[in-house]
Design a protein around this ligand. Structure first.
Ligand code: ZN
Length: 375
């Protein structure tokens, strides 16, 4: 029996938060305390706390990565809202949007808590690339937005992701927004969101979006939150590696609106009912190598067969013309005007009413059916 009890205890789900608490390891960096776990409920009310979260395990130098986090806790109780920036490290508009959200807030008049993860992917940011870059000699970069809520901790990026999800993100949000940009194309203000979840769709209506793209992956930040019952989506704020104030200001507008909706901030939440929801995504892919001149802009309405791109060879001769595969909306256009065969030039999206919303367009899609678990 004793053996059976032991086996049962091994089979029981491991809870890392039986007693949730913020754990300080005693280190202080640039005047900020270092934590290895965050529980916003044990921070003082009406305070702004800047912390470094020690992410993952030791890199090749024997040192750690430290993720800057701000916790703004209101004077009154209320909901917890999480903003995450920099999962894809070369996407600049998200960092700048997160900073503006922080500047707008005043804990004196807030109810609840806003947590901002300023720079999620430190090794990627240092290297100026989208992915996580290992410090060791084997350079296999990882897309951190496909490693959230994994149980595996084999690789350094999985260890990094594991610590961020389990000890920083998971238990500190009633609503969450993961801030991104397109990569490597030009893009509007758009949401990758699981439209089959009403609470998620409702959240998208708080943003002045051009379009939503029905999508989910359980190992993305937003998908992992959805899976535990927290409404969340991925907000795409324009294009990578550039500063685009028009999209940043609209993203900020939506974020403040979300905080009103969550009653963290006073005021009436606006709704944007005229957002175009889409559930079909078609890529236009280069079949030749060479320079590419776009003949369409992001958000153009196109008809099937409309000219979208002209590609030139090394001698300046037309190598190939590319046409729209469907009637729809141009959602992305190549940012650097060159391509090798096989790379994406642009994409067209539209809504097909015959297609189930659960058949979403995201890669590695998982249908999340039961979201009642946590709420
Ligand atoms: Zn991204």
């Amino acid at each position: 029996m004793k053996k059976l009890a032991m086996i049962m205890s091994l089979l029981a789900p491991i809870s890392h938060h039986a007693v949730a608490e913020t754990i300080y390891n005693g280190d202080v960096i640039q005047g900020r305390k270092v934590i290895t776990q965050l529980d916003v409920s044990d921070l003082k009310k009406n305070t702004v706390t800047e912390l470094f979260f020690r992410a993952g395990d030791e890199m090749n130098t024997g040192q750690y990565y430290y993720v800057p986090v701000t916790v703004m806790k209101g004077k009154n109780d209320g909901k917890n809202v999480m903003f995450v920036a920099g999962v894809h490290a070369n996407e600049m508009n998200p960092y700048l949007t997160a900073n503006l959200i922080k500047q707008q807030l005043n804990t004196d008049t807030m109810s609840g808590t806003v947590t901002i993860v300023h720079q999620y992917n430190i090794p990627g940011l240092v290297a100026n690339v989208r992915e996580y870059v290992p410090s060791g000699p084997v350079k296999v970069n990882s897309n951190l937005n496909r490693e959230v809520a994994l149980s595996s901790t084999k690789s350094s990026s999985q260890r990094y992701s594991y610590s961020l999800w389990n000890h920083l993100l998971k238990d500190n949000a009633d609503y969450a927004l993961d801030l991104h940009t397109a990569n490597p194309t030009t893009f509007p203000l758009a949401a990758y969101s699981d439209l089959s979840i009403p609470a998620v769709k409702e959240l998208t209506r708080l943003f002045p979006l051009d379009v939503t793209i029905n999508s989910s992956s359980r190992t993305s930040v937003a998908g992992a939150y959805n899976h535990i019952g927290v409404p969340a989506f991925t907000l795409e704020i324009g294009s990578r590696e550039v500063y685009e104030p028009q999209w940043i200001n609209q993203a900020l507008d939506g974020a403040m609106n979300l905080l009103k909706f969550a009653k963290v901030v006073d005021g009436e939440a606006k709704r944007y009912p005229d957002i175009v929801d889409t559930n079909v995504w078609l890529d236009v892919t280069a079949e030749r190598g060479g320079f590419v001149v776009p003949k369409v802009d992001v958000l153009d309405q196109v008809k099937k067969g409309d000219l979208m791109f002209v590609q030139y060879d090394a001698f300046g001769e037309i190598a190939k013309e590319y046409h729209s595969p469907a009637d729809g909306l141009v959602i992305q256009v190549v940012q650097t005007p060159m391509a090798e065969a096989g790379s994406q030039l642009g994409s067209v999206v539209y809504f097909d009413p015959a297609k189930a919303l659960s058949d979403n367009v995201g890669s590695g899609s998982v249908v999340v059916k039961d979201l009642a678990a946590k709420k």
